[in-house]
Design a binder for this molecule. Structure first.
Ligand code: MN
Ligand code: MN
Length: 298
């Protein structure tokens, strides 16, 4: 129990960092701001405050649902009216806080944004020991449909374990009929997504975020070296091509990453798009199940 309490303290510390960064970063989600400057601000702030990025900051715009982060030379800027989903992860000794918000650039929150905010709020209100995960999904689905949007069923909330971003339980964004019962001490992220279309996703060819899988025999020297760097620095948590671009300038990063995907040494998180071009919003909090409810720590 002593150990568990120490873990909870680290989860809470990671969450406190993200609360502050969420507020500060929101001010930068305005037209003309460069995407790369936004993610760099956020990730640098995580480090400055004593945490580590648990994954690259995702900035997913309009019909992009997840897994986009810019490279260093990306000159994309935010535009008025864009739906911008900012998804941030911070860990303290592996204990992860994972949270996301959506902003419509230069405008106030509209129904699409409110749909996921409400769905998250209603979902959190149901959490206590014994509640089944598909019941939480049912509440999320109903709330989003009440706003006349559809939940994205291909994405779901997830358990959090030290140094593992997606572990154990999943919390669906709809009534999946099959569920697991929550227990006191479970730590998880709940993340409803809403779409203006049917809410089905497709994978794009583009990939900027990766995860180490396993050692593989690699012939190309640059790719071999890069796999070692990845294994040493990002053994379990996702990393960005941008992080490698910054820190390992001598290596042929893009070329080597493609080699390592082909060799099944790293996993590519392809950018996920709404298959019908629907606009997408997201809201996310991390929480710990307590004896009578839950403690939201982000
Ligand atoms: Mn997230
Ligand atoms: Mn998450």
């Amino acid at each position: 129990m002593q150990d568990a309490e120490n873990y909870f303290e680290s989860y809470r510390k990671a969450g406190e960092i993200l609360k502050i960064i969420k507020d500060e970063s929101r001010k930068l989600v305005v037209s003309g701001y460069k995407l790369v400057d936004l993610v760099e601000f956020i990730e640098n702030k995580v480090i400055e405050m004593g945490g580590f990025p648990a994954f690259p900051c995702n900035i997913s715009i309009n019909s992009v649902a997840a897994h986009y982060t810019p490279n260093l030379d990306t000159d994309l800027v935010l535009k008025s009216g864009d739906y911008v989903k900012v998804d941030i992860g911070c860990h303290i000794e592996g204990c992860i806080a994972d949270t996301a918000y959506t902003v419509k650039v230069d405008e106030s929150d509209d129904d699409l944004i409110k749909a996921t905010q409400e769905a998250l709020k209603n979902a959190i209100a149901t959490v206590e020991p014994g509640v089944k995960t598909n019941y939480i999904g049912k509440i999320i689905e109903e709330t989003i449909k009440d706003f006349n949007f559809n939940p994205i069923k291909d994405l779901c909330g997830h358990g959090l374990r030290p140094y593992v971003l997606h572990s154990g339980i999943t919390i669906p964004n709809y009534n999946s009929n099959l569920g697991t019962k929550l227990k006191e001490g479970d730590t998880m992220a709940i993340e409803p997504f809403a779409s203006t279309k049917a809410g089905k996703l497709k994978s794009s060819e583009e990939v900027y975020i990766f995860k180490y899988l396993q050692d593989r025999p690699i012939r190309d020297p640059s790719s071999k070296k890069l796999l070692n760097v990845i294994k040493q620095n990002y053994r379990t948590l996702p990393f960005a091509e941008r992080w490698l671009e910054k820190n390992y300038t001598g290596l042929k990063i893009n070329f080597s990453l493609r080699n390592l995907i082909r060799a099944n040494a790293i996993y590519p998180y392809n950018v996920l798009l709404d298959s019908e071009g629907g606009l997408v919003s997201q809201a996310e909090h991390s929480l710990i199940v307590t004896s009578s409810g839950c403690e939201v720590y982000t």
